[in-house]
Design a protein around this ligand. Structure first.
Ligand code: SF4
Length: 308
């Protein structure tokens, strides 16, 4: 299996330095290779050792199991699955082997049968994440290589099996969607009982989107604020105001409330399963920090929000 570079450091399986320690053990599992065709991901184009912008060195399950048992700083194990037949059974075997570490499990996987979801839940998986990734409905099939309805059906099935609040999804900002489309997707999945987690598109060499640009930091901040308002403050997408190009033009809350959000800080950090901090998944150490690794300066995030 592959282990994210930060996780391998945390387990003592790799040597190196980092200024932000991971709080989740991130694993990527694949047996036969990914059959997906996401335009932004290097996996279908030769099984690269990269996912998003970080390296994922290989280790055996036994090496990971031995090291994970003593890793006291970890709060969660996240098993990210390739799109291939039998992947849910593979994930179940990993959950069984790593259970002695005593940590909650998240599994992030493409759509699967309800029986497979039930098998994962029975094995002890706490949260099942099925990534929507793309919020642009018109270009969905060309970006993801499958239909959005498949994903939505699977998310609905997952909520029936795992319950509201125990199903997640990933939304990648910068895949061609407008801010309005990103906000509407956040609204749709939240109403379904699914927790959305935001990522910033990162161009990776060798993919169909290698020459596309990462999103402007201002657009990302605005979508982060909208996510906070919808997921944590119970607002709806229809309460926000949008310009003719879909850009967020108003948040539907007072200036004081917006100030409070800047001061909170956590809306601009990694969001998703409890304990997930994904250090440097989308960021170079030099920035820009789409998801800050720690509470950011309110003045800086306020300036970034209106920067472009
Ligand atoms: S939010 Fe984090 S822990 Fe949860 S599935 Fe996504 S990457 Fe894994």
């Amino acid at each position: 299996m592959r282990v994210s570079y930060g996780s391998a450091l945390e387990l003592g399986l790799s040597k190196g330095r980092t200024d932000t320690r991971t709080t989740t053990l991130y694993l990527f599992v694949s047996r036969t290779g990914c059959r997906g065709s996401c335009a932004f991901c290097p996996q279908p184009y030769g099984g690269s050792g990269r996912i998003s912008r970080i390296e994922w060195p290989r280790f055996s399950l036994e090496e990971v199991a031995r090291a994970a048992t003593g890793a006291s700083k970890l709060k969660r194990i996240c098993i990210q699955c390739s799109d291939e037949p039998g992947i849910a059974s593979l994930a179940k075997g990993i959950v069984n082997r790593l259970a002695p570490a005593g940590l909650p499990f998240s599994v992030s996987a493409p759509p699967m049968a309800v029986e497979e979801m039930e098998m994962l839940k029975d094995a002890g998986v706490e949260i099942l994440t099925i990534p929507v990734d793309c919020a642009d409905k018109k270009r969905y099939r060309s970006v993801k290589g499958r239909s959005l309805e498949d994903i939505m059906d699977s998310l609905r099935g997952a909520v029936r099996v795992f319950g509201r609040g125990k199903v997640g999804t990933h939304i990648i900002v910068g895949l061609g969607e407008s801010e309005r489309e990103a906000v509407e997707m956040i609204d749709t999945v939240t109403k379904m009982g699914v927790t959305p987690s935001l990522f910033a598109f990162t161009p990776i060499k060798g993919t169909r989107m290698e020459n596309a640009a990462s999103p402007p930091i201002g657009a990302y901040r605005r979508v982060q604020i909208a996510r906070h308002l919808i997921v944590e403050a119970g607002m709806e997408a229809s309460e926000l105001k949008f310009g003719p190009d879909g850009r967020i033009a108003g948040f539907g809350c007072s200036a004081e409330e917006l100030e409070r959000i800047f001061n909170l800080g956590h809306p601009f950090m990694v969001c998703g399963c409890p304990g997930c901090n994904r250090p440097y998944f989308n960021e170079k150490a030099s920035g820009p920090f789409y998801n800050y690794p720690s509470r950011p300066d309110p003045k800086i995030v306020s300036e970034e929000t209106w920067s472009d």
